[in-house]
Ligand binder design. Structure first.
Ligand code: AMP
Length: 413
């Protein structure tokens, strides 16, 4: 594997090996300068190399893997799909599909998104009409393969977005089943913010001499995010939430809860107290989920109470606050959650509510991110937090959040 240290991005997209139709599409989107992940991935990918792209969401990684495919697409190619992009959540699939629709160099170079919770029929007709790219969640891709409504015989370009999650034990069997249906000679792109060593080793199964482009910061949490915690008794969390919203007047906030039921409960109370609030979890219909995400992106929704279904990869530019109403059980999810704020060039605030019993969990998170989270005092809400000192807990292998467990009925997402 060859590693690439990231260079300063060149001045404009025209210094990259991209055709005039791709450059026109890029200019139409208002992108003037390639981001580091784009500047460093695109030349290798256009050359046909397999690429591991390590970058956080909000760094332009979607265009980094879409543009090389658009560069290779030929107008005379009609029966696709030629590219298969997979992501762990429906929201991410929709986000990638929106970016593909924006960046397409030609109206005939269409993307079809195939996700659960939407009518199979409309997806089948999108596939029948001819899609150059299929973007989907693994479960629904398998569904279409079983029904014979999707063929991967012509796929030459495969992308796994949020690859660390896609290759964890929850999704891996599905991914392998799907990849068996793709011609062997395909190019593979794996993108993820984090690439733990076991995942890195696994990549050898799927890639040939990949180029590793790493533009992710060395510390796992984003430095520009101001992180604090507040100790609070369980039964006072909602009052504390109201106090914080009143005090900080967030532009937009996601309020993360650990269970769908708790999301409903907090949302039920919040909507009586704050306008423009909504909730988001896996039991809502897909059309509602799409509407909520659209409303949140457009700023119509100000406060979103949610499970970790929006914990990864979702890019909302105006988000000022992430509130961990419940601390995540898995320390890795803390990093993904707070990464929803502090997008390109912006700063953000992450506040965690910690009950007196949760000192150990907080310490686990601090160990994982390798820094101490500052306590914050809000008058009237102090609850004692027994700070757990040494020994630092060993970090457990992360349990799959998406994938197999989520397919069975899950309380979490
Ligand atoms: P992503 O990391 O792919 O989720 O992208 C984050 C956001 O950056 C998206 O809203 C993109 O539309 C936007 N974006 C991607 N590339 C560029 C670029 N070169 N210049 C400006 N914005 C970009």
């Amino acid at each position: 594997m060859s590693a690439v240290l990231h260079d300063e991005p060149p001045n404009g997209f025209d210094s990259l090996p991209l055709s005039s139709s791709v450059l026109t599409a890029v200019a139409r989107c208002g992108y003037r300068t390639p981001t580091p992940i784009q500047a460093n991935c695109i030349p290798h990918a256009v050359n046909g190399k397999d690429v591991i792209g390590q970058a956080q969401t909000g760094t332009g990684k979607t265009a980094a893997f879409l543009l090389p495919f658009f560069q290779s697409w030929q107008p005379e190619e009609t029966i696709g799909p030629f590219a298969l992009i997979m992501a762990p959540t429906r929201e991410l699939v929709v986000q990638v599909a929106d970016e593909a629709a924006k960046l397409t160099p030609h109206p005939d170079c269409r993307a079809a998104s195939i996700i659960g919770g939407q009518r199979l029929k409309s997806q089948m007709s999108a596939l029948k009409r001819g899609a150059a790219i299929v973007i989907g969640t693994p479960g629904r891709v398998i569904d279409h393969l079983r029904r014979g409504t999707l063929s991967l015989d012509r796929v030459r370009y495969v992308v796994l977005d949020e690859a660390d999650r896609m290759l964890d034990i929850g999704f891996r069997p599905d991914i392998e089943r799907i990849l068996k249906r793709v011609p062997e000679s395909h190019q593979t792109m794996l993108f993820s913010a984090t690439m733990p060593p076991p995942v890195m080793r696994l990549t050898q199964r799927y890639m040939i001499d990949p180029v590793h482009v790493n533009v992710a910061p060395k510390v796992v949490t984003v430095d520009k995010i101001r992180q604090t915690y507040i100790t609070v008794d369980e039964d006072r969390k909602f009052d504390l939430l109201l106090r914080i919203l009143e005090r900080d007047q967030p532009r937009q906030a996601i309020i993360f809860c650990e269970r769908k039921k708790w999301v409903e409960e907090v949302y039920f109370m919040l909507r009586g107290a704050a306008q423009r609030s909504a909730c988001m979890h896996g039991d809502l219909s897909q059309s509602l989920r799409n509407r909520i995400m659209r409303g949140f992106r457009e700023g119509k929704i100000r406060f979103l109470v949610a499970t970790d279904v929006v914990g990864r990869g979702i890019d909302v530019k105006n988000l000022s606050h992430v509130i961990n109403y419940d601390l995540p059980e898995d320390p890795e999810n803390y990093v993904h959650r707070i990464g929803r704020t502090g997008r390109i060039g912006a700063d953000g605030i992450a506040i965690a509510f910690v009950t007196p019993e949760q000192g150990e969990r907080l310490t686990e998170i601090e160990t994982f991110i390798n820094r101490e989270i500052r306590p914050e005092h809000v008058d009237g809400f102090e609850a004692a937090r027994p700070r757990v000192k040494a020994p630092a807990p060993e970090i457990k292998p992360t349990s799959p959040v998406y994938g197999r467990r989520a397919k069975k009925y899950s309380n979490r997402l």
